[in-house]
Design a protein around this ligand. Structure first.
Ligand SMILES: O=C(O)c1ccccc1NCC(=O)[C@H](O)[C@H](O)COP(=O)(O)O
Length: 253
């Protein structure tokens, strides 16, 4: 599946037009995670659909969802902008940034410098770069470009082998461990354990995907996660603010 997504992305990049820069505030994704409302910090994802689950939310209003996440004291947002596989759109970030004050991660498959510029211009505060999708040197060049433009980067890996290749090039400030294997879609909530001992102490570690319960949250925190990135389990119900509270075991407080 990742191969198919990347093929499509390469096609899209050829005809990509970079919009004018939107006039919205720049926010530090890194600081919001570092000085979070909760432990572990929460990156709440605005996600309509996915290749592994199909449609997750029929009645989908991205700005309303983002506002509900803010009301639930999420630390940051992740917004899917890929149209072909996730039914996202880059305009979701533009609209959300006008109405919500949280830092926004652009969740997409970034493989080209034009997409880095596009991300800054639509108002993204951070971008995702996937270790399994890029050569280490290429990823580092895109990473440097993003920081030059004032954005943070969530560098994501699934395996220790890919992390080791990246770390021979540089050490990311924020490292996501995807619990989902993007070739099989299988999730393993303990994936972070295979990696956490190889990561320097001052790198912020994020556990991503397949987090559904308070037990899951406690587990990944015990295994080294400073933050979690959650989509489906927050998106499924009617009330996203209540879903955050339930995820952190705060329903009866
Ligand atoms: O979610 C998918 O099916 C997927 C398939 C192929 C590439 C990426 C995919 N997801 C992107 C993500 O990393 C997740 O949206 C994110 O970690 C949240 O996961 P979840 O809480 O399980 O929705």
């Amino acid at each position: 599946m990742l191969t198919k997504i990347l093929e499509k992305k390469r096609e899209e990049v050829l005809s990509l037009t970079i919009p004018e820069r939107t006039n919205v505030s720049e926010r530090s994704f890194y600081s919001a995670l570092k000085h979070s409302n909760r432990k572990p910090a929460l990156i709440a994802e605005v996600k309509k659909a996915s290749p592994s689950k199909g449609i997750i939310k029929e009645n989908f209003h991205p700005v309303e969802i983002a506002k509900a996440y803010e009301a639930g004291k999420a630390d940051c947002l992740s917004v899917l902008t890929d149209e072909s596989f996730f039914q996202g759109h880059r305009d979701f970030i533009v609209e959300i940034k006008k109405e919500v004050s949280l830092p926004v991660l652009r969740k997409d498959f970034i493989i080209d410098h034009k997409q880095v510029e596009e991300s800054r211009n639509i108002g993204a505060d951070a971008i995702l770069l996937i270790g399994e999708a890029l050569e280490a040197k290429e990823l580092h060049e895109l990473y440097v470009h993003a920081y030059e433009l004032g954005m943070d980067v969530l560098v994501e890996v699934h395996s220790l082998a890919v992390l080791e290749k990246l770390m021979s090039e540089f050490t990311p400030k924020i490292l996501g461990v995807n619990n989902r294997d993007l070739s099989t879609f299988k999730t393993n909530i303990h994936q972070i354990k295979t990696i956490s001992t190889s990561v320097p102490k001052d790198t912020l570690l994020v556990s991503e995907s397949g987090i559904f319960t308070f037990e899951d949250v406690k587990t990944v925190q015990q295994e080294g996660a400073h933050a979690i990135l959650v989509g489906e389990s927050l998106m499924r119900g009617e009330n996203q603010t209540a879903a955050i509270k339930a995820l952190y075991g705060e329903e009866n407080e």
